[in-house]
Every structure is written in C-alpha cells, then in structure tokens.
Design a protein around this ligand. Structure first.
Ligand code: 7PJ
Length: 287
C-alpha cells in the first residue's frame, strides 16, 4: 500500500478531499497574460464553463489564479488580483459547488476568497509575504506551500544552487513547515510542492522529479505541477500546445514518486494517466 504520506483526507472547508489516491487539480487562469491559455478564459462565464468541463472530466479541485507567475511576469496589484479572482471563486462555489483552490500570495486575497467559500490556498511563495502566514492560519484551510527562489520576474536569471537542488528544496520546505506551525497553521493542513519551473534549470527540474520521493519523509501530501511547462518544451522541443504527451509522462512519474495532487491543464487525459499509474502501484483497481 502507498500510504506513507500522513493523512488520507484533507478537510477543505465544507469539502472533504480524499487523498488516499492521487487527485487531479484543474488549472483555471483568470489572468489576461498566462502563458498557455492566457486570454481565453478571462470572461467569468467562459471561466465557469471551462471549470464545469474540468469537473466533468474528473478534476477534484479547481485552482483559480489571478496573478501570472510565468517566468518574467510582472506583479499585479492586490486589488486587480481580487477583482479577477473573487467573482470566479464566488460563482464556482455557489453554482458548481466546486472545491476551489486559490493560487495567491496576497493575504487579502486569501482572506476574501476563504470568506467566499474557497476550500484550499496555494501559494507559490510559500507564505513568505508579510501577513500571509497569519491569513492562511486564520482561514482554517489546507495550504499548498511551494518552493521558489526569488520572485517570478527574476527567478530564471541563471538559477544556481550551492547544494544539490533536492536538498535545498527539502530544507526550504522543512523551514516553511516550522514557520507555519509557529504561526498556528497545523502541520495536518499543509501540502508540499517542490515548485517545478520556479527558479530552476531543466536539469534541476528533471533531477527534482526523479528524486521527488525523498520528500516523502516529511510525512505530508505532495503536489506536483509540471503541466505544459518549459522543461517539456526544452527536452522535446515542443511548443506549449504540443506538450500533452510530455505532461502525461511527467504526471505518471510524479504519482509513482508519491504525488497525491497533480496540477494540470488537460484534466481528462491526466485523470486517465494518473489512475492507470495508480492501478499498477496498487496492483488492482476499483472500477
Ligand atoms: C504551480 C503553481 C506549481 C503550484 C503555477 C504554471 C505556472 N502552483 N502555480 N505548483 N505553477 N502549487 O502553471 O505553469 O507548479 S503557475
């Protein structure tokens, strides 16, 4: 059995998320400039329709992001982010009863969206912004804490590590777990993410995935996000719209190395890849 990762369920507001098997989180960008589907789902109705489709395809979580964190992206104001994200979260919760995760680093966005019924917080800055630890702790929601060196606008300038990248990532996550606990955010509410593509070279990303099982000793659920990322583009020399096969291979490998949440654009195919991988790992399946 593959149950070496702490809790088998997360209480996400009104939703209970079973993570005794790997789950898929569908990406819903509401930024005008996100790199792969930017501009396509800015209108709220479009966003809702896209989310509905991802849920029908088997997404357990919808991750709503209003700040583009692609390499080189500029920061948006908190108000701008809130204006983009809040109406979408509100309708996802009310009309679709979706388990909504909010991809944000801003304490105010955490507070407001938690009040609107979001069930999870996802911070690519690992709750390092001033006030973020407190806001996340107060929300009572599970939080995904991701590793990133620097900020999105500067992180890809010759990323270098003094120590092996997997050790740096692990030490960083251990430090964040301690900081969270000191702020009253209980360990049981944390999800860990090595942060593929954030301040890392292709070689760093490949090594990090290959050695990702090393994070399991921390005893917390692992989330992996590699869908359509440039590590695939670079290895396979594919533009972003041709990265699905590469994304599925990486999702399968992440599951095999312990990931319990996969953050993806292409939900249907990812659910199949993840379930097939899991069936092999379990040597069985439930139809
Ligand atoms: C990630 C994320 C990721 C988590 C983005 C993109 C860039 N959140 N938000 N993990 N990536 N937790 O989707 O390519 O890898 S935005």
């Amino acid at each position: 059995m593959n149950d070496g990762q702490g809790a088998s369920a997360l209480q996400c507001g009104r939703h209970r998320l079973d993570i005794s098997f790997p789950r898929v989180m569908g990406i819903l960008n509401v930024t005008p400039d996100s790199f792969s589907d930017g501009g396509q789902h800015t209108a709220i109705d479009d966003a809702l329709r896209h989310a509905e489709r991802m849920l029908a395809e088997g997404a357990a979580i919808i991750d709503v992001g209003g700040e583009s964190t692609r390499p080189g992206a500029s920061e948006v104001s908190t108000q701008q982010e809130l204006d983009r994200v809040a109406p979408v979260v509100e309708r996802l919760v009310r009309e679709l009863d979706a388990l909504v995760s909010v991809d944000t680093s801003a304490p105010e966005v955490m507070r407001e969206t938690a009040a609107l019924g979001a069930g999870m917080l996802n911070d690519v800055r690992g709750l390092r912004r001033e006030g973020a630890l407190g806001a996340a702790a107060h929300s009572g929601l599970p939080v995904c804490v991701m590793h990133m060196v620097g900020e999105p606008d500067t992180m890809q300038r010759a990323p270098g590590y003094e120590q092996p990248v997997e050790e740096v990532v692990k030490a960083f996550l251990e430090e964040r777990i301690r900081a969270c606990e000191a702020a009253g955010l209980r360990r049981e509410r944390l999800i860990l993410d090595p942060g593929f593509g954030f301040g890392k070279s292709v070689e760093h990303n490949l090594r990090l995935l290959n050695r990702m099982a090393g994070l399991e000793v921390l005893g917390l659920p692992i989330l992996a996000g590699m869908s359509r990322k440039s590590m695939i583009g670079k290895v396979l020399e594919r533009p972003v719209e041709e990265r699905l096969p590469g994304s599925l291979a990486l999702a399968a490998m992440a599951v095999e190395r312990g990931a319990r949440i996969l953050r993806v654009h292409d939900v249907g195919p990812s659910v199949d890849a993840v379930n097939m991988t899991w069936a092999v790992m379990e040597e069985g399946f439930t139809p």
